[in-house]
Design a protein around this ligand. Sequence first.
Ligand code: SAH
Length: 345
Amino acid sequence: MKDLLEKATRAHTLTRTEIVSLLACSESQLLFQAADFVRKNYVGDGVYLRGLIEFSNYCKNDCFYCGLRRSNTQAQRYRLTPQQIIATAQQAAQYGYKTVVLQSGEDPQFDTDKMCHIIREIKKYDLALTLSIGEKTREEYAAYKQAGADRYLLRIETTDKALYEKLDPAMSWDNRVRCLNDLKELGYEVGSGSLVGLPGQTLESLADDLLFFKKLPVDMAGIGPFIPHPHTPLANEKTAGHFELSLKMMSLMRLLLPDINIPATTAMETLHPQGRLLALQCGANVVMPNVTQGEFRKKYELYPGKICTGESPEQCRGCIQAKIESIGRFVAPGKGFHGDFLKNK
Ligand code: SAH
């Protein structure tokens, strides 16, 4: 294991078999330390905050794992108006955020004109703007880019095509890859990522996820443990082991893609009270606090047990800064584009 980690720390490459053996290894501390070392050298001690606006939980898709799936009739659906979304972004800028992330289910009500209007208005606040609104046509992605969007998050969820399509029989894995390629070609900073612990997922397929991110290559990648939602077909699945495995995936991602942005995902903190801080010590350098207001925070329920649904955006901003500082890190000042730290070093 030591030799493998030494190689990965130096050359940032590992074969599929080597990745699998590190994912399977029970002594993860050395892996975590190597990731933390690489993180410090390539992206520093600064942690970028991205303000997350969850603007609609309507979704036309039916992914088996997701609480927003259209067949979940118990979900209380909401959508913010464009004015509300723009006002929330303005508030986020006032709290000191330099990036906002607009996320939603795939909600056809937000057509291209509406999205472009929202993007143009938000860009007036000198914010970097990330979209996370699912699969669109190349023309739609081009229009958002033209309107000012900087980044796009679209997790591949799993590179196991058969598993992906089993978890939503109406969706096409090839189309998701097409989306990621279009986004890259259009000049977005591209974020992807995967769910860890899906039923039927193997360590080999997780290794393939990492190699897929390296090949694209992504500018950002989020690893989230899968947490079963009670009103979905996967309600009875377990979460045992998903947290540790997610930390290993994050660490390996840092070793393989040393300078990318890696978020400490919210789902990590649902499974462990110190989940995001531990993730920040296993390769992560980004946190995405929720800036959505009031009741909507709870209604955007991808999975149960989501943290901070009773807090206000101001509380979240203060709380996360204190946590980051408690581990000797600091809130990084800039917009945090891929590679900024090395450029300014
Ligand atoms: N509609 C957008 C945004 C999806 S929600 C899109 O398709 O990209 C953001 C992420 O939540 C998803 O990419 C998925 O990885 C994650 N998610 C969904 N259900 C989850 C669950 N049960 N546990 C953990 N994460 C989940």
